[in-house]
Design a protein around this ligand. Structure first.
Ligand code: PLP
Length: 301
């Protein structure tokens, strides 16, 4: 196994990525019984760290997982992972697993929850040099796990629907997939939310999806830029008829989708609404309202 550069925090200590190992008996591994969050660092600054930590705490609470450190300590651990790695741009993940029972009982309430954090190099769903060409996706027939089975607002590792969706995409010559719900409405993709634009009006699904921090950022920026936006059920057919489609993720920001099911979206290149939002998104990365330097977090300011 090859490991990327980076630093992890595990069992209360900082170690190189290659030494960050969990027990195969951890229910996080055996049952995907875990929650996680990912924040990025860009040019030495965390982007919307508070929103990611808030969502992580809420997810943990919903899954009856207990964070062994305070939110302030968690922020410092994340910053320390970045600082020790020496990264200016980084992908920073926090994971809380159910762990296992010290007596190996099957009673979940006996488990000791495990906090793992790590910083690795920035990961992109679509690299900046590929932005003009945009992403090619398929609308997969695979249904997203229904929200009344697994709450999608709790960030989770129930990814087998996405994994099979990705293979569906590869088989059809595309890069990624968006899954739909039983009613044929758009849900989300492996690691991203989706938006459609038709005659200047933006729409994004309001149920069956993670409240992505990048999604919330795109919604706020759309309001600032004066683009009308609706959070509502969005039929899959609307993506096929859209002038523009874009997806949002911490792993890459706001990214144009230029092909769906092998057909061009609109003119087949990044559209003006996507471009305006994408530029505003990256421009906000040194705004103190939405970003905090790694050093400031380390010094507790
Ligand atoms: N939807 C799913 C299922 C995800 O896993 C992610 C991120 O990993 C997103 C949406 C986008 O969320 P965010 O913008 O907070 O990265």
């Amino acid at each position: 196994m090859n490991y990327p550069a980076g630093t992890a925090y595990i069992d209360g200590a900082f170690v190189p990525m290659s030494e960050a190992k969990i027990s195969v008996l951890d229910w996080g591994f055996l049952h995907s019984d875990a929650t996680y969050d990912v924040v990025h660092v860009w040019k030495g600054r965390f982007f919307r760290l508070d929103s990611h930590i808030e969502r992580f705490l809420r997810s943990a609470d919903r899954l009856r997982l207990t964070l062994p450190v305070s939110p302030g300590e968690l922020a410092r651990i994340l910053a320390e992972c970045v600082a020790r790695s020496g990264f200016q741009d980084a992908y920073v993940e926090m994971v809380l697993t159910r762990g296992a029972s010290p007596t190996f009982s099957r009673d979940l309430r006996d488990a000791r929850h495990q906090l793992i954090c790590f910083a690795i190099p920035f990961g992109w769903i679509l690299r900046p040099e590929q932005r003009e060409a945009g992403l090619s996706i398929v609308l997969s027939d695979i249904r997203r796990i229904p929200p009344d089975s697994v709450d999608p607002t709790v960030k989770n590792y129930h990814w087998l629907d996405f994994v099979m969706g990705l293979y569906d995409a590869y088989d059809r010559g595309a890069q990624s997939a968006v899954l739909t719900d039983a009613g044929g409405n758009l849900a989300e993709g492996p690691g991203f939310n989706i938006f459609t634009v038709r005659q200047g009006r933006i729409a994004t699904p309001d149920r069956g999806v993670l409240r992505g921090v990048t999604r919330q950022t795109a919604i706020a920026l759309a309001a600032e830029l004066g683009f009308p936006l609706e959070e509502r059920l969005v039929a899959a057919a609307e993506a096929l008829a859209a002038d523009e489609v874009f997806v949002t993720s911490t792993a890459g920001g706001i990214m144009p989708v230029t092909r769906i099911n092998a057909a061009a979206v609109g003119a087949g290149r990044m559209g003006p609404v996507t471009r305006a939002l994408l530029e505003a998104y990256w421009a906000r990365h040194d705004d103190p309202a939405w970003s905090t330097s790694v050093d400031e977090v380390l010094s507790g300011n």
